[in-house]
Every structure is written in structure tokens, then in C-alpha cells.
Design a protein around this ligand. Sequence first.
Ligand SMILES: *[C@@H]1O[C@H](CO)[C@@H](O)[C@H](O)[C@H]1NC(C)=O
Length: 117
Amino acid sequence: MKILVCAFVVGLLSLASSQDKTSSPKVEVYSKLPGEYGKVNTLICHVTDFHPPEIKIELLRNRQAIPGAMQTDLAFEASWHYHLTKHVPFTPQPGDTFSCNVTHVGISKIYTWEPDM
Ligand SMILES: *[C@@H]1O[C@H](CO)[C@@H](O)[C@H](O)[C@H]1NC(C)=O
């Protein structure tokens, strides 16, 4: 019971202290393995430091959403900034562009994967 009450108070505090602060997400797009054409890999979009917690992340191949992407649970740090990771299996092919579309407080930005190949 004590723990429950504590969690509730902490929740309230976080609501109260964070209401009017907006911070834009920092986004990193990378792959699990070095990029290699025709080789199965995992595309990862790591989004940190954003507030409020509502966010939409899409992984794109040639500007089309890649279905079946998985998202981690929303997590937060001591500063009440949130972070999330979204990932999907993919196989890069010559000419393909992979990117991450992050929409936060109504603003969408595209971050493109730099394959280093
Ligand atoms: C990015 O996501 C936003 C919100 O869903 C959408 O309106 C926009 O068309 C998307 N951009 C691309 C290139 O898919």
C-alpha cells in the first residue's frame, strides 16, 4: 500500500513539474550490423530526451512505412525526459533509402540512415 501511494505521489509530481516543458527528441538511426547489401540486418531508431511523452515513430523504406516494426516500452529518466527505441528487420538493397519518421508535438522530421557502405 505504501508503495502504491508513493508511486501515485511521484506520478502527480511528474505531471505537475513537467506540464509546460517541451523538449524536442534527439534521434539516432543505426543498424545492428554494419550495412551490407543483401544481408539481413536490423534497423534501429533510438529516440531520446523528448517531452511530452506522446510520440510517433515510423521506420521507412523509400519513404514508405515498414510494417512489423517493434517498439520498446516508453521509459523515462530522472529528468522526466522520455526515450523509446523502434526496430525492424531489414535487408538493404542498392538504391534503397531507410529512414525514421519521428512526429512529436505535431512536427514530423525524417532522419536518414547512413549505411557507411
Ligand atoms: C511522417 O509521419 C507523419 C505523421 O504520421 C505523416 O503525416 C507523414 O506523412 C510521414 N512522412 C513520411 C515521409 O512518411
